[in-house]
Design a protein around this ligand. Structure first.
Ligand code: HEC
Length: 180
């Protein structure tokens, strides 16, 4: 085999891999400083959203009962789908929610600012693993307690049942927030 044939074969193999998003691509992880934590009922880990701090911000929410500011972020697959108002989010979409407590800004009493991270949670679209209600979403939550994250130990049934209220938007409460 000459060099050109080898290179061509290698690029065909790469393209084939890229075209066929396998389950391992969805969860590909690298060395990370995220804690080793796993949801007991579906094995989703914190590390599976490695790099989430670089995802694009999709929306900001405020839970008045929990007094928490929340950022919703999406990986590139999820972000593009939200931008295109996809009816059903594509395979590999990851939507992350970070929640912070709030405090008064020390320099301006009428302004609030984010204080401590309270939680990081996510939804991942994976039809191979999650099919229970036909929505293909997996749910994970990691809650910060006294400075350390712990995996949510009450399972994901609660997540599924509450998010079922928004079936018509593919189980997502979030839509892309307008910036103009
Ligand atoms: C009682 C209802 C309820 C339950 C239970 C619930 N959620 Fe949500 N979730 C919401 C609402 C309302 C929003 C949008 C407001 C916000 O950001 O807090 C949301 C937003 C989200 C988002 C951002 C995407 C979206 O749908 O807007 C993720 C990710 C998420 N929830 C994950 C989870 C996980 C994981 C669990 C279970 C451990 C869970 N949720 C349980 C109501 C719920």
């Amino acid at each position: 085999m000459n060099k050109l044939t080898q290179i061509t074969l290698a690029s065909i193999a790469t393209m084939a891999l890229m075209a066929n998003l396998s389950a391992s691509d969805i969860y590909e992880t690298h060395n990370t400083t995220l804690p080793e934590l796993k949801m007991a009922d579906n094995n989703l880990t914190f590390k599976m959203i490695e790099g989430y701090q670089d995802y694009k911000i999709v929306a900001t929410h405020f839970r008045t009962d929990k007094n928490e500011i929340r950022y919703i972020l999406a990986n590139p697959i999820g972000y593009n789908a939200l931008k295109e108002k996809a009816k059903v989010m594509p395979e590999g979409s990851k939507i992350v929610k970070i929640g912070w407590s709030v405090k008064k800004m020390p320099t301006f009493a009428n302004a609030l600012e984010a204080d401590e991270v309270q939680r990081v949670e996510y939804m991942v679209k994976d039809s191979k693993k999650f099919n229970a209600d036909g929505d293909n979403w997996g749910y994970a939550r990691f809650v910060k307690k006294e400075g350390n994250y712990v995996a949510w130990d009450k399972g994901n049934k609660g997540c599924i049942s509450c998010h079922s209220a928004v079936k018509e938007t593919d189980y997502l409460f979030t839509k892309l927030q307008s910036t103009h």
